[in-house]
Design a protein around this ligand. Structure first.
Ligand SMILES: [Zn+2]
Length: 66
């Protein structure tokens, strides 16, 4: 089942729901139970965050002077 992102235009709540295609129109806001929701198109393959392998440990260099 595909997941869809929606935004409620009533309370501004953003949520993701897992619904079958033909039930997209029945989705309501889980927060305010509003039906005025907009589907967000986030696209495929969101490469956000995730673990990075090469991470330089921050060695703070202090420049002289006080
Ligand atoms: Zn809402």
């Amino acid at each position: 089942m595909p997941v869809y992102d929606f935004k409620c235009s009533r309370c501004g709540n953003k949520f993701t729901v897992l619904v079958p295609m033909d039930e997209k129109g029945k989705v309501e806001c889980p927060q305010c139970r509003g039906k005025e929701i907009t589907q967000l198109f986030t696209g495929f393959g969101i490469g956000k965050g995730g673990g990075s392998s090469c991470d330089i440990s921050g060695s703070t260099k202090r420049f002289g002077g006080g």
